[in-house]
Design a protein around this ligand. Sequence first.
Ligand SMILES: *Cc1c(COP(=O)(O)O)cnc(C)c1O
Length: 397
Amino acid sequence: MSDDWNMRTKLVHGGTRRSQYGEVSEAIFLTQGFVYDSAEAAEARFLQAGPDEFIYGRYGNPTVAMFEDRIAGLEGAEDAFATASGMAAVSGALTSMLRAGDHVVAARALFGSCLYVLDEVLTRFGVEVTFIDGTDLDAWRAAVRSDTRAVFFESIANPTLEVVDIAAVADIAHAVGATVVVDNVFATPVFSRAIEQGADVVIYSATKHIDGQGRALGGVILGTREFIRGTVEPYMKHTGGSMSPFNAWVMLKGLETISLRVNAQAQTALALTDALQGRPELSRVIYPGHASHAQHDLVLRQMGKGGTVVALELAGGQAAAFRFLNALRIVVISNNLGDAKSIATHPATTTHQRLPADQKVLLGITPGLVRLSVGIEDPEDLIADISRALTIAGEKQ
Ligand SMILES: *Cc1c(COP(=O)(O)O)cnc(C)c1O
């Protein structure tokens, strides 16, 4: 791959490995293992596998390698390791690098499963975790210590869309020698400049915008070659969280169109946010790409665009939120995001149902909050569907 290619060229051609048949669409190497020409060749490959030499599906695969190289080129990372899901990426990145006695500082506003890994799993193995408000730089300064080995946060928090300043947190973390691990799902690989802004390790759930069409689970860990091949790969290949070749192929095809999709989604999200200003049924409309977002300057500096998710707070609480969801005709009720189809979620009763009430209050997950993942449907149709559902939600109290 050419380093001087621009993003959209990298997304279509990056990482391609063409077989002797000269196929146009990337081949799916749906094989667990690989044949060696001789016993000596097998011995040599186990001693040191070359860049295009594979041993076993858990260790690597040509289709998976194409996906890894394509997304690494896109993100500006030296290397990448593809995983079975986003959570395999989060848990693999953290568990492979941490040991008992290490200290981690994490933002409090986290996806439920990320919170479980940090709060329940790592602590069980003697890692101390301090949770803070990720948007408060003084809190980061106060929490890091000389034994802080890593900091972890979602660059845009789910579902309240608060933004963490990657560059500022990286400065604070690097001052004590800590590794900056960013769960970058809501930023999408298209709008991300996380590595350039100081992130050492970037994680995506490929299930979201990378697939983008709701088909397969996947994840990826991006970082330096030394971290990916020296720390992550040995852990992942022995513990079993590698991506399947079929899913890698789905994700490769997803990367080809991701820039077109997420740019269209961001444009619709902005138009929708504009259209919803002043609606009496709504107490809040939150979109990082809109001038009304409290951290709009940071969003522009960090990503240029606001992403694909809008959060709405219905003034009438849960009853109004449910009336709104049930009145939607195009937008479906589900819990994924980043899909071509627009999806509405009620976090308080689904994705964040098990969070204690005081935590929900702390994180702004109110009974009226609805998360809208904006799809690639016609923007006018979407705005009409959402506006009509809001009118119905506001009618009978
Ligand atoms: C969805 C998600 C994950 C988990 O990804 P899976 O592919 O579902 O395992 C992790 N972090 C964030 C921010 C997510 O949105």
